[in-house]
Design a protein around this ligand. Structure first.
Ligand code: ATP
Ligand code: MG
Length: 434
């Protein structure tokens, strides 16, 4: 009895990253890790699943993420409500509190990986996507806010990206936001007739969020709304000026955007976004800011903090537009062979080459020399090693140099074929391919 199995496809908005692309992701991640290390950030990894309460409390009940984007389900074993992380900061702060990370000293940490939001999939907007989330925990001054922005400018430079601009705002302190909130509600009440469903619902629960609208009809109204920036007191202004001065010191340009509020409720003082026009509607590649209240809100001993998150898909999309996608070779050396004895010898030789640090593929199975050579070429290897009866009898390998560009004395060697005794192969090839 046989039943036909209906093929399974990936979940909508969740992408497979296939081998060629995977190599580019790895290159990108390696560059990012080096960059983070240069600023003293250390990697941490938190679970993909957390208790739902962490996010409703941390991100805020009346936000897009918590209201409609979270993958939340009940653990059927114990009835707990769990949520796939929609961002990293809440989890990082939870871990920092749980393990007393900032008990005796501030911490610079980062996490990198998948996050999940149930949004309408489109270019630059997916249901599973990747973020690099960077947090400076326990540091209060504008110096660290500015350092984070400067370090991001360095990343764009390392990646060869020019078309990203910085938007900056300050959300002030909670009393200042409260005063602004009252004025804002009054203003929104006067414009009640044009508010959309979201706007009406949020007018009293989270009026600031009404201004963060993508509805063009509301944007004009939002432009005329009382600006939080005008409600800032001396201390908040000084912090903001401190950030701006340091950006000026570093020669980093920015636009003050008084409407920038960010999609999460935990921010105060500095908020910023890096935006490009090269990605269509989804142009924000990085967003961040200060979240001095979050550690206390999540039950920790209150401590200041600041951080940002980069959307990796968007940044990689941008990077691909500027830096050509290069084909990364599958290996340096591809071994072709004929006959079982040669195949077994090939396996041993490959191990000795790997001992010398080389990347080697042994042709799997059998096949004509011609078809094996085709594979060798396709693999991007610089060198093919040929093992047949004659090579085994002589104790030497035929070595064919396939590509000039990967070889130091490439021009002379490319296309050449030589014989090298088995016991000298590793040393000779390690020298050639160094
Ligand atoms: P947006 O306004 O585009 O929805 P956001 O304010 O929700 O962004 P953040 O929560 O600040 O985004 O997340 C940080 C970064 O993650 C964003 O700047 C963006 O680059 C990226 N990002 C956010 N949502 C998605 C998504 N659904 N798919 C891919 N990348 C995303
Ligand atoms: Mg969003």
């Amino acid at each position: 009895m046989s039943t036909t199995f209906q093929k399974v496809a990936a979940i909508r908005g969740m992408n497979d990253i296939l081998p060629g692309e995977g190599a580019r992701w790895e290159r990108f991640e390696a560059l990012v890790r080096d960059w983070l290390q240069q600023y003293g950030y250390r990697n941490m990894r938190t679970p993909v699943l957390e208790q739902t309460r962490l996010f409703t409390r941390g991100i805020g009940e009346v936000t897009d993420i918590v209201e409609k984007e979270m993958y939340t389900f009940t653990d059927s074993l114990n009835g707990e409500s769990l949520t796939l992380r929609p961002e990293f900061t809440a989890g990082a702060v939870r871990a920092a509190i749980e393990h007393n990370l900032i008990y005796d000293r501030p911490q610079r940490v980062y996490t990198m990986g998948q996050v999940f939001r149930h949004e309408r999939p489109q270019r630059g907007r997916y249901r599973q996507f990747h973020q690099i989330s960077v947090e400076a925990l326990g540091m209060s001054g504008p110096d660290i806010d500015a350092e984070m922005i400067v370090m991001l400018a360095r990343l764009w430079k390392l990646l060869g990206l020019n078309d990203i601009r910085l938007e900056l705002n300050s959300l002030g302190a909670s009393e200042e936001r409260a005063a602004h909130r009252a004025a804002l509600i009054e203003y929104l009440e006067r414009h009640r007739d044009i508010l959309d469903e979201d706007g009406l619902r949020r007018m009293y629960s989270n009026p600031l969020r009404v201004l963060d609208t993508k509805n063009p009809v509301l944007q004009e109204m939002a432009n005329g709304a009382p600006r939080l920036f005008d409600f800032l007191g001396a201390e908040s202004r000084a912090h903001f000026e401190g950030v701006c001065q340091r950006l000026d010191d570093a020669g980093i340009g920015y636009t003050l955007n008084p409407r920038l509020v960010r999609g999460l409720d935990y921010y105060n003082l500095t908020v910023f976004e890096w935006v490009t026009d090269r990605l269509g509607a989804q142009g924000t590649v990085c967003g961040g800011g200060r979240y001095d209240g979050l550690i206390g809100l999540l039950g920790g001993k209150p401590a200041p903090a600041v951080g940002f998150a980069i959307g990796m898909e968007r940044l990689l999309d941008l990077w691909s537009q500027v830096v050509p996608v290069e084909v990364v070779p599958e290996c340096q050396i591809y071994i072709v062979h004929q006959g079982e004895a040669a195949q077994r010898k090939a396996a041993g030789i490959a191990e000795s080459l790997r001992d010398a640090g080389l990347a080697v593929i042994v042709h799997a199975g059998t096949g004509s020399f011609k078809s094996q050579f085709k594979r060798a070429d396709g693999s991007g290897a610089s060198v093919a090693i040929v093992l047949g009866d004659d090579e085994l009898a002589q104790g030497t390998a035929s070595v064919k140099y396939l590509r000039a560009d990967a070889l130091p004395d490439g021009e002379a060697l490319a296309g050449q074929q030589t014989r090298i005794p088995f016991d000298m192969l590793a040393q000779a090839l390690a020298e050639h391919l160094a």
